[in-house]
Ligand binder design. Sequence first.
Ligand SMILES: NC(=O)c1ccc[n+]([C@@H]2O[C@H](COP(=O)([O-])OP(=O)(O)OC[C@H]3O[C@@H](n4cnc5c(N)ncnc54)[C@H](OP(=O)(O)O)[C@@H]3O)[C@@H](O)[C@H]2O)c1
Length: 269
Amino acid sequence: MNLSLLVIGGGKMGHAMVKCVLASGLFTKKQIGIIDPTAKRRSFLTADLGCHIFDIGDKTIPPVDLVIIAVKPHQISSAIKKYLPPPNSLVISIAAGINIKTLSSLIPKSHIVRAMPNTPCIIGQGVSVYYAKNTTTSEEKMIITLLSTMGKVLKVDEEAKINYATSITSSGIGFVYYYALATYKQAIDFGFNEKEADLLVRLNFSGASQMLKHFKDKTMQSLIDDVATAGGTTACGINAFEKEGLADNIAIGLKACLKRTLEIAKQGV
Ligand SMILES: NC(=O)c1ccc[n+]([C@@H]2O[C@H](COP(=O)([O-])OP(=O)(O)OC[C@H]3O[C@@H](n4cnc5c(N)ncnc54)[C@H](OP(=O)(O)O)[C@@H]3O)[C@@H](O)[C@H]2O)c1
């Protein structure tokens, strides 16, 4: 058995990443391994992905050059005790908050990269922000190729930006759904039934995201202005949002998210 990619943690993100890699044809199922501790999860992964699935502590895992760490931040230390990536391997960690210094102390002989994907990667529409230092040109190429299987990729020049990206894109996607849910609740309050409200909110959000994607040259403000004529209904709603400090409150939520990321970083693994 020859592996090209090993994923530690076959949960939501590990599964999604492997699914995208397989769909892109970058590696075949025979070239991919996943480690996960739960038998039920391993059965699901075997049935759904068909790649090599290992229990933790399995001694038959062959050497591999590329490893993704996709366990929860607090699980990293025990995961690495059970499986230490081989020396000189390229290790991409997607764990929120756990910095390269901490990861390097656990895996001193590997080249560590931090990446922050978001859940639309499940459908190949995600964005991954990554930070790497001291990686070779071929490693950089591999990082970009791998992350591109899940959507767009942005390399950042300082590690702190990985934590900011956790607020803006990774947790940020949850905040978009939060606004969608609040809109759905109001639609129900107005008198739409659940099916109608669900349909309207989904179509409105997908329409808005398609507009953002399509009109790349338009600023977000000008997209708002196109809807909000002075004295009109949208302008009236936005004025009410502004009066209640909604934009400031969004910033408060984003900063609270960053604060939690930094707490996780401080706690370590
Ligand atoms: N979800 C997101 O939107 C998102 C976005 C970007 C980054 N991330 C990061 O991605 C990482 C994974 O998140 P997730 O949402 O995919 O979590 P998850 O669904 O809980 O997946 C983690 C998986 O790792 C398994 N695991 C635990 N200990 C292990 C070990 N020693 N060796 C191998 N596998 C082990 C877990 O098994 P058990 O469940 O049995 O413990 C679980 O199946 C986190 O660090 C998170 O910060 C998540």
